[in-house]
Design a protein around this ligand. Structure first.
Ligand code: UT7
Length: 356
């Protein structure tokens, strides 16, 4: 049975920045509160659609893998903020990058979506039905932010990350994964009004709602437990782990998870200070940056762990291959933005108002 290997990686961060200082003018918060409670300093606000972010990340991942878009059999976009419900964002990405041979679908497991997607691609590759997959995590979360709610609006940001996954006879690749969900906790992190529940209405408004502390407690538990189970399934020990790439939601959650696993801070990938919580995009963006920064060495044992709305959780144990550098680079980039992060949020402020 072939293994599945990540052969390419890429990211796309929209250029407009929203700093904690910008947020002080939008909602009743402070740089000090956001920094100490979450570790976030700034986030990006997208001037384009989710599929545009995804397409740029995908082009970088394809170049890194030395593959053309037409070589992809499966295109999977993990997102909870697709451009439209129909068609799937994946179909729009397929059109934008020219992946004409690929089956295309979206997958929504909120912030755990990328790891769910990686598991789906891995299993289809092992089953022999797919040889090459593009797995993308992409979000335009700011669309759903209400700045009268300081408990949610300071946490999230936009972006995309992508990987190319290929069948390989080499040993290693995705060793094991662990996926789970607890739908009884659906209400503690949700976007009511974003789907078909209730009656059709012109007044429909949908915004992120969250019970932060409850999500926090369950996140530490779920990420830690899933990581331990996945290591057991893979038959490797905690001591062998070279790098943990966790979902970038909150520095305190990540630190508590690392403590629970007994992992030294130097083995934990962090970039949430720059991007906030980008949901399904956070792990593939962090992976691309870990590779850029030389934090993934040939043969490294990498553990991924995530949790999110659902509540969902996921973990994966991955043995990196010999190549940690891209085969080629892509010049793909977004259309220029003429507005600041703060200016791009004007529609949200017009809809809900400000919290200050
Ligand atoms: O991908 C999954 C997405 N979700 C998460 O990762 C969320 C997980 N939860 C968290 O990260 C944390 O619970 C938060 C960062 C959301 C909140 O941190 P916390 O330490 O759990 O704070 P808290 O909710 O218990 O609130 C403490 C205080 C409250 O004031 P009082 O009642 O003590 O007067 C809040 O009203 O902080 C207040 N507060 C804020 N103050 C300034 C809540 N949000 C803010 C804010 N700025 N943005």
């Amino acid at each position: 049975m072939p293994a599945s290997l990540i052969t390419g990686w890429g990211k796309c961060l929209p250029p407009a920045v929203l700093s904690n200082a910008d947020l002080e003018g939008l909602t009743d918060t402070s740089d000090e509160w956001i920094t100490t409670r979450s570790g976030i300093k700034e986030r990006r606000i997208s001037h384009v659609e989710t599929s545009d972010l995804a397409a740029v990340a995908a082009r970088h991942a394809l170049a890194a893998a030395g593959r053309g878009a037409e070589e992809i059999d499966l295109l999977l976009v993990a997102t909870c903020t697709p451009d439209r419900l129909v068609p799937a964002a994946a179909a729009l990405v397929q059109q934008k990058i020219g992946a004409a041979r690929a089956a295309a679908m979206d997958l929504n497991a909120a912030c755990s979506g990328f790891l769910y997607g990686l598991a789906v691609a891995d299993q289809m590759i092992r089953a022999g039905s797919v040889r090459r997959a593009l797995v993308i995590g992409a979000e335009k979360l700011h669309f759903f932010l209400d700045f009268t709610d300081r408990a949610t609006s300071v946490l999230f940001g936009d972006g995309a990350g992508a990987v190319v996954v290929e069948a390989s006879e080499e040993a290693g690749g995705l060793l094991a994964f662990e996926l789970g969900a607890d739908g009884t906790a659906a209400e503690i992190l949700c976007i009511p009004g974003s789907g078909t529940e209730g009656e059709p209405s012109r007044e429909r408004r949908s915004r992120v709602q969250m019970e932060g502390p409850a999500v926090f407690r369950r996140a530490v538990e779920a990420m830690g437990d899933a990581s331990l189970r996945v290591l057991e399934k893979a038959g490797v020990s905690l001591e062998e782990v070279d790098l943990l790439i966790p979902h970038q939601a909150n520095l305190r959650i990540i630190e508590a998870t690392a403590r629970r696993l007994g992992l030294d801070g130097s083995k934990v990938m962090l970039n949430l200070a720059d991007y906030g919580n980008t949901s399904a995009a956070s792990i593939p963006i962090a992976l691309a940056e870990a590779l850029e920064q030389g934090k993934v060495r040939p043969g490294a044992l990498v553990v991924f762990a995530a949790f999110g709305g659902g509540l969902t959780w996921a973990a994966a144990a991955y043995r990196w291959g010999a190549r940690v550098t891209p085969l080629a680079a892509s010049a793909a980039s977004l259309a220029p933005v003429g507005r600041s992060g703060r200016e791009l949020l004007e529609p949200n402020v017009l809809l809900y108002g400000k919290g200050v």
